[in-house]
Design a protein around this ligand. Structure first.
Ligand SMILES: *C/C=C(C)/C=C/C=C(C)/C=C/C1=C(C)CCCC1(C)C
Length: 248
């Protein structure tokens, strides 16, 4: 009950939310609304599904719900910035990523820890990688530094995280765990970090580097679709592994 009241409060909080006038031709605005609703549904789903998995998996589902819940909170504001002004909600976007990307990285650590021993250093490496990637991305988008070098440093940090997951400590813990549900979840989550996450630098490229000035529409449409996959689908993969491993 408390959970529902909290969510109801969240949805009612942004005061301009109900004044916004969404036009049918504003497909970027429509994508903001769709993703907002999907984040709400996903958050409820992950929290309620905690009851259906064994105790060692509950934290992973809590984190999945926090990721979509934090995104819901920011989408409520971002969609209004977009609908009212037609400009990129860069600050809300990056505050959201700053919180949710490290939480997504924690998930790798948590699903491994549910079934095997894994060093905390894996978590710290992924955290530093996330902060470097997002810090430089923000500086590039907010015009605090040139768009190209910010992009290249951000990409290097992303590749470093992929390396850690693919060849480093994470992969070693996965191989040693002997748990098929975790191994397949880990591999699917890694594909999301490689393929699903590639959409963000693509959006940045289309928005800032492909010439002809900043294209706010394609930038936001691409980021919104990517958030849908990388936050909701990522959580669903974890949920599926948790249900399977719990014998339900
Ligand atoms: C829920 C939000 C997620 C999973 C956000 C992920 C964001 C990225 C993978 C961003 C990557 C970027 C680069 C690799 C280069 C610099 C520009 C960024 C920040 C868009």
């Amino acid at each position: 009950m408390k959970l529902f009241m909290l969510l109801a409060g969240t949805v009612a909080a942004p005061s301009i939310a109900f004044g916004a006038d969404l036009k049918a031709s504003d497909y970027v605005g429509v994508s903001f609304w769709l993703v907002t609703a999907a984040m709400l549904a996903a958050t409820l789903f992950f929290f309620l599904e905690r009851d259906n998995v064994s105790s060692k998996w509950k934290t992973s589902l809590t984190i999945a719900g926090l990721v979509t819940g934090i995104a819901l909170w920011h989408y409520l504001y971002m969609r209004d910035v977009w609908v009212e002004t037609g400009t990129s909600p860069i600050v809300y976007r990056y505050i959201d990523w700053l919180l949710t990307v490290p939480l997504l990285m924690v998930e790798f650590y948590l699903i491994l820890r549910a079934v095997t021993d894994v060093a905390a250093s894996l978590f710290w490496k992924l955290l530093v990688g996330s902060l470097v990637m997002l810090g430089f991305g923000y500086m590039g988008e907010a015009k605090m530094m040139a768009a190209w070098p910010a992009f290249l440093i951000g990409c290097a940090a992303w590749l470093y995280m992929i390396y850690e997951l693919y060849k480093g400590e994470g992969a070693a813990a996965r191989d040693g765990s002997g748990n098929a549900a975790v191994q397949s979840a880990y591999n699917t989550m890694m594909i999301i970090v490689v393929v699903g996450w590639a959409v963000y630098p693509l959006g940045y490229y289309l928005g800032y580097l492909s010439g002809g000035g900043v294209n706010e529409g394609s930038l936001n449409l691409v980021y919104n679709l990517a958030d849908f996959v990388n936050k909701i689908l990522f959580g669903v993969v974890i949920w599926a592994a948790a249900v399977k491993d719990s014998g339900n």
